[in-house]
Design a protein around this ligand. Structure first.
Ligand SMILES: NC(=O)c1ccc[n+]([C@@H]2O[C@H](COP(=O)([O-])OP(=O)(O)OC[C@H]3O[C@@H](n4cnc5c(N)ncnc54)[C@H](OP(=O)(O)O)[C@@H]3O)[C@@H](O)[C@H]2O)c1
Length: 314
């Protein structure tokens, strides 16, 4: 099969196109023929070796850990899906990923593809969708009327999280630059702080939940936005700052998203009900993986980048 692999850590030049044997599904695996693969900051962070110590990889490694495609084969223990089923998945980051024509994935991490989406659109959802779900629904327990600040509402995670929080009836504030105000408005944000014009921690106060997608100074300033003694801070980048948590009386957590097919089913229902739409802004070919990762690495890409792998069934 055609695949993009890295054989060492480094810059975009270590991404190479190779012809390699397709994976052989293990007992609980599905073999998925990939139609499209999502691109995430995780991909270039792993490529650059930023997760060494946390994850030990053997090379060559296929990057990219979300996709949509068609089931081609199933191991003896995989019983929920059959060849021909259209699926989407966030695969296991300990194994080879999805910048390829096929991936083997434990069927617990797989769900039916939302019927109203193309493969490209569906491939953009699993990683950002599960991250937002686990941060806002599982950790923060958002409900009707919860006041939520989602940082970087134009980004991959943020654009999903704003819509998810709205779907649960929350009041949603978000931050972005001037050019992205129309986008976050279209996602349903109730309050938008253009960070080039004002400071979110002066504009916003008495929020129940902050989803921090940016870290650093923004993470620390975000404690000012929370309701004293009742707030929840969930960060995708920072371990809890116990001093700030104690001062603000906030519950405080770091989230490292885990693959989960059942949660993807819940997300599928929201997408099919029209409550969440994918925001795909760049569709590139598999061979354009270096360009795709460069775009992601800019830190200012709005919406999601997707690599189209196959355009039609053979
Ligand atoms: N822990 C986990 O499990 C987990 C899971 C998913 C993602 N993450 C991490 O979370 C981060 C976000 O991921 P992502 O996929 O959403 O990234 P992304 O799509 O690359 O985010 C880019 C967005 O960030 C916005 N942005 C940049 N600086 C900003 C600022 N100061 N204020 C407000 N918005 C700002 C940009 O909008 P403007 O152009 O308007 O500035 C852009 O739309 C990444 O570091 C990623 O690695 C962690």
């Amino acid at each position: 099969m055609k695949a993009i692999v890295i054989e060492q850590y480094g810059g975009p030049e270590v991404l190479h196109r190779r012809e390699i044997p397709p994976p052989v599904p293990e007992r609980d695996d599905l073999l998925v023929e990939i139609r499209a693969a999502g691109v995430n900051p995780l991909d270039w962070k792993i490529r650059e070796g930023m997760l060494q110590g946390l994850l030990e990889y053997r090379f060559p490694l296929i990057p990219g850990w979300e996709c949509a495609g068609v089931v081609k084969a199933a191991g003896d223990g995989a019983t929920r899906f059959r060849p021909g089923d259209e699926v989407y998945t966030r695969t296991d980051i300990k194994r080879d990923g999805c910048y390829a024509e096929y991936v083997a994935v434990d069927e617990r991490f797989v769900a039916a593809k939302p019927r109203n989406l193309t493969f490209v659109e569906a491939a953009s959802l699993p990683l950002a969708g599960l991250t937002a779900w686990q941060a806002l629904v599982v950790y923060a327990g958002i409900a009707e009327g919860t006041r939520v600040l989602v940082h970087a509402g134009a980004g991959g995670v943020g654009s999903f999280a704003v819509q998810l929080a709205k779907a649960f009836g929350a009041y949603v504030a978000t931050t972005c630059s001037t050019a992205n105000v129309p986008l976050v408005e279209s996602l349903g944000a109730d309050r938008i702080v253009d960070y080039t014009k004002s400071d979110f921690d002066i504009e916003l106060h008495d929020y129940d939940v902050v989803l921090d997608t940016l870290g650093g100074e923004i993470y620390r300033r975000s404690f000012n936005v929370l309701r004293q003694d009742h707030g929840t801070m969930v960060s995708l980048l920072e371990q809890p700052d116990h001093e700030l948590a104690e001062k603000s009386g906030a519950r405080c957590g770091y989230l490292f998203m885990q693959p989960d097919g059942e949660q993807l089913e819940e997300i599928r229902k929201l997408v099919e009900a029209g409550k969440i739409r994918p925001v795909v802004t760049d569709v590139l070919r598999l061979g354009d993986a270096p360009k795709a990762q460069d775009l992601s690495r800019s830190g200012h890409h709005a919406g999601k980048i997707v690599l189209e792998v196959k355009t039609a069934a053979p």
